[in-house]
Design a protein around this ligand. Structure first.
Ligand SMILES: [Zn+2]
Length: 112
């Protein structure tokens, strides 16, 4: 089920209620999402240009809408891609570098 073995709570001596404390994973998701959105927005410049050209069928207004749509699409795609990458990197750090776990039964926090 999980890709790694969870440790046993030193107090309860059970594994069922032990969860990884995923502080970095959460931060990584947020940071990755924002970074991805910015990168996606900038990277969507070419897409925005295409959108602008297509939108130019209706001059001025269409050009603006096309450029905005292209940039927003890039930012949204970048956000989800960046969030996924940040989530994965953060989880890796939480799991293999910090290795801090919490028992939801007794509230005990411990490192492995
Ligand atoms: Zn416990």
């Amino acid at each position: 089920m999980s890709e790694q073995e969870k440790p046993v709570c030193p107090k309860c001596n059970v594994v069922d209620h032990v969860v990884l404390v995923n502080t970095i994973q959460k931060a990584g998701t947020a940071v990755g999402g924002v970074t991805g959105a910015v990168t996606g927005y900038v990277g969507a410049e070419s897409g925005a240009t295409v959108g602008g050209v297509i939108g130019s069928v209706i001059p001025v207004v269409g050009t603006g809408v096309g450029i905005i749509a292209g940039g927003v699409t890039g930012a949204v795609l970048g956000f989800f891609t960046g969030a996924a990458v940040g989530n994965g990197v953060g989880k890796h750090i939480d799991t293999y570098i910090i290795g801090e776990y919490r028992c939801n039964k007794c509230g005990n926090e411990f490192e492995v």
